[in-house]
Write a protein that binds this ligand. Structure first.
Ligand SMILES: Cc1ncc(COP(=O)(O)O)c(C=O)c1O
Length: 394
């Protein structure tokens, strides 16, 4: 058998996807699927209309960093909070995922490290592995709202191999929102240390208390800033695979263009839809926000009646990290899928350890995604309470 690469061997299997395969095999039960971030909010009509209207003579390649029309529309959208952003500062990518992969590849040499507040979005590990780099976690705690450490504490994580600080704002899975002063502090710190800051802002339009800032809003230190955004969550268009990487560092953007050339252009249909998405009026985002607010309120209220469950109400995104009276969240998540049933229903959750570099962490935590209707979320919270009791009484 020919040998496979060590990088491929190092790729982790997603705990969430693994559970999904088991879910697909259960035929006796209706699951409330709160384990993945796939919203059921309908994709906006104008986007669906754009898909239906797209009828080119030839489905051709396009420019490596995206069509000028789509880059211009994305820049125009982002100028709502960053007036000086130009189309040249935007590269269109195949989802936020590719933007992250491009950022890692452009910034890191094999063996380099990227600092990430933990718990964090699991796929960062995979992108780092493919780029030959690794994630170095900076622990944050549910008890203090996943606050970031101060500069001195951050300094202790920096090694000669550190190249970037990556954070998701709002956070997946934490729902934490870092305000503008905090973003400013991180940019100043990173700039002093000669590091890039990759701000993953794919959930930025979904918030509950105060709007999360974009790292593009800070005028200083823009040469270290890379912002990732995506149509997946805000516009409920996960399957379209349209994302963007934005930076005012021209040298970095040139390398991103080269990476784009190596895979040829991003998908042209997705870009035509993107143009429409970026021109939706602000009230559309208000509607999305109020949908998620209603859901999060329902979920938090439902869980408040469940004995032993600790939940931090998120400030943004549509996830909720829970601390449960269980000592093995992966076994508990499997138990929900394969054993626990109440009136023919159960709940699918994402086990906490998947969001930590060391899977012995987060063993009492699970992540819920508020991606179904309010009544269903209330029911799911009730089922989760019953499941915790059943787990204790095994
Ligand atoms: C924090 C975060 N970043 C990036 C992504 C990637 O999204 P996409 O590739 O669909 O744009 C996700 C998807 O769940 C995410 O949660």
């Amino acid at each position: 058998m020919p040998r496979l690469s060590q990088r491929a061997a190092a790729l982790q299997e997603s705990a969430i996807r693994k559970l999904d395969l088991t879910i697909a095999r259960q035929t006796d039960v209706r699951f409330h699927r709160l384990n993945i971030g796939q919203p059921d909010v309908p994709t906006p009509e104008p986007l669906l209309d754009a898909i239906a209207a797209w009828r080119p003579k030839v489905v051709a390649y396009g420019p490596a960093s995206g069509t000028m029309a789509c880059r211009e529309a994305a820049a125009d959208y982002s100028r709502r909070w960053c007036p000086s952003l130009r189309a040249e500062d935007v590269a269109i990518t195949t989802g936020g995922s590719e933007a992250l992969l491009f950022a890692f590849t452009a910034i890191c040499d094999p063996g380099d490290e990227i600092l990430v507040p933990e718990p964090y979005y699991t796929n960062y590990n995979g992108f780092a592995t493919v780029a030959g780099a690794s994630i170095r976690p900076i622990p944050t705690r549910i008890e203090d709202g996943f606050a970031l450490p101060d500069d001195d504490a951050l300094d202790r994580y920096v090694t000669p191999r550190t190249r970037a600080f990556l954070f998701s704002n709002p956070g997946n899975p934490t729902g934490a929102v870092y305000p503008i002063e905090e973003v400013r502090r991180i940019l100043a710190w990173a700039s002093r240390r000669g590091l890039f800051v990759i701000a993953d802002e794919v959930y930025r339009r979904i918030w509950y208390d105060a709007p999360p800032p974009s790292a593009l809003e800070v005028d200083e230190h823009q040469d270290v800033v890379v912002v990732v955004d995506s149509l997946s969550k805000t516009w409920s268009a996960c399957g379209l695979r349209l994302g963007m990487l934005m930076s005012r560092n021209a040298a970095l953007m040139e390398k991103v263009e080269r990476l784009g050339q190596a895979r040829l252009g991003p998908q042209p249909l997705a870009q035509a839809v993107g143009e429409v998405a970026f021109s939706l009026p602000e009230h559309w985002y208000e509607d999305v926000r109020s949908t998620y607010r209603g859901r999060m309120d329902a979920l938090v209220k439902g869980l408040s009646g469940v004995d032993g469950v600790r939940a931090v109400r998120p400030a943004g995104a549509f996830y909720l990290m829970l601390d449960l009276p269980v000592d093995d969240a992966e076994a508990f998540a499997r138990f929900l899928v394969t054993d626990f049933r109440h009136e023919g229903e159960s709940v699918a959750v994402a086990p906490g350890p998947g969001f930590y570099a060391d899977p012995s962490s987060g063993r009492s935590q699970v992540r819920l995604a508020a991606v179904t209707a309010e009544e269903q979320l209330v029911r799911a919270a009730e089922l989760l309470g019953r499941a915790v009791e059943a787990w204790r009484g095994r």
